[in-house]
Design a protein around this ligand. Structure first.
Ligand SMILES: [Zn+2]
Length: 222
């Protein structure tokens, strides 16, 4: 065989291989495309497996509440409820049982108080204490005991924060008691008939007039 013949045979071989394999490769690629387009409508109505349902249920439970909305103790309660719910989901034998496990876990979670709910409860409790102190003032008289009761209620009220103060329903009663007690202190002087103020001068005048009144009383002039 000479060189020319060899070259011709080699060319013929290349031609034959190309003629056979290229159409096969094109068809194979085409078949692949056809297979994908044929399978697509089949996957759409496919029912999720129980494992997929369980995974979705666990995710739903995990995202049901935001742990940041809870105080530390309640965050632990929340984590425990989610953990128990996940165990119930794992134990479920069908989709209905999974749904029931999710519903039961959510019902438990709903009973856990958020930070805002607990703050509202605390505020109401603090306000209730002040309401009771104001109610305990009772009838106002010119006694040291009465003054102590009014002061205790006033101090407790002033120590509340704004939200708590807003919950004190009988603040007007405290203010009325303070006004009534103050009015009892402003008795006119028995000697001169005026009401002496609480300044140093006023106090000195009041003591002086008390002494004068006492002396006049002794000699029977008043
Ligand atoms: Zn006087």
């Amino acid at each position: 065989m000479n060189n020319t013949m060899r070259k011709l045979l080699a060319l013929l071989l290349v031609f034959c291989l190309t003629a056979v394999y290229v159409p096969m490769a094109v068809q194979a690629a085409g078949d692949g495309d056809v297979q994908v387009t044929q399978e697509e409508p089949e996957t759409e109505p496919a029912e999720p497996t129980l494992d997929e349902i369980k995974a979705a249920a666990k995710l739903e439970l995990k995202n049901y509440k935001n742990a940041g909305d809870y105080r530390t103790a309640q965050q632990t309660e929340l984590a425990n409820a989610i953990r128990d719910g996940e165990a119930a989901i794992d134990a479920a034998e069908d989709a209905d049982a999974v749904a029931a496990a999710v519903a039961a876990a959510k019902a438990v979670i709903d009973t856990i108080k958020t930070r805002a709910e607990l703050t509202a409860i605390d505020n109401q409790a603090a306000a209730n204490e002040v309401i009771a102190l104001i109610n305990a003032i009772g009838t106002v008289d010119d006694s040291w005991d009465c003054e102590k009761r009014i002061r205790a209620a006033r101090e407790a009220y002033d120590n509340l924060n704004g939200a708590q103060k807003a919950l004190v329903t009988n603040k007007d009663k405290l203010e009325q008691a303070e006004a009534a007690f103050s009015a009892l202190q402003d008795k006119p002087c028995k000697y001169c008939g005026e009401i002496h103020d609480s300044s140093l001068g006023g106090g000195f005048k009041a003591i002086l007039h008390s002494v004068l009144y006492f002396l006049l009383h002794l000699i029977g002039k008043r």
